[in-house]
Design a binder for this molecule. Sequence first.
Ligand SMILES: [Zn+2]
Length: 231
Amino acid sequence: MDRITASVGQGGRNDRADVIVVQNLLRARGVDPGQSDGACGERTIAAIRKFQSRFMAVPDGQVEPDKATWKQLAQAGATVAPKTPAAWLGDSAQWPQSKKLQSMNPQLAVKVRGVLDALGRRGFQPKVFYGWRSVDVQARLFAEGKSKVRFSFHNAQKVDGTPYAYAADIIDARYAWTAQAESSGFWKALGEESKRQGLVWGGDWASFRDWAHVQLVSNGELARVKKESGL
Ligand SMILES: [Zn+2]
């Protein structure tokens, strides 16, 4: 179990050994603090703030023993094998369709295949844009306002870090998210075919219509899926 003896970060005591522990844990949580050199510079403090922004409204850039930020860091470091296996690194939106399907929970993959086949028969050119994506990519989409959640069903993984997505984003290769996706009837057809497969469709969400999005289970199960992912 990792521990620190005194505060690290903005205005902290920043003992070298403590700083290294924090730098290593930040990296394990997908936030880059620069080199683990034991020096708490601007980059490390920025990384602490970035990490804190996942759970704090006003990040203070400081990690104190036994306080909330330390607990978040240490809990993750102790229980999670956070490293995504190398084969799954990189921009998952660029992967071939077969790999995107492999990145899904097998139950989801079967249903998504069914949706793709049905849409193809209706004259569309469906493709999966995102199957699985990393929590880091999720954090970026959240910051850009493209997603409403910091952890989504797309981020589900096995505790060893292998992708195990509960969600997929499906677009028509010709239209993507342009107005034509609606005027051509693609979104409507996607909703019909995904519900025929028993999937939940984001286009039904009144508060935030997520047209391309389908998921295996209802939103109420997000906490369970997150926990099972070790995240
Ligand atoms: Zn989605």
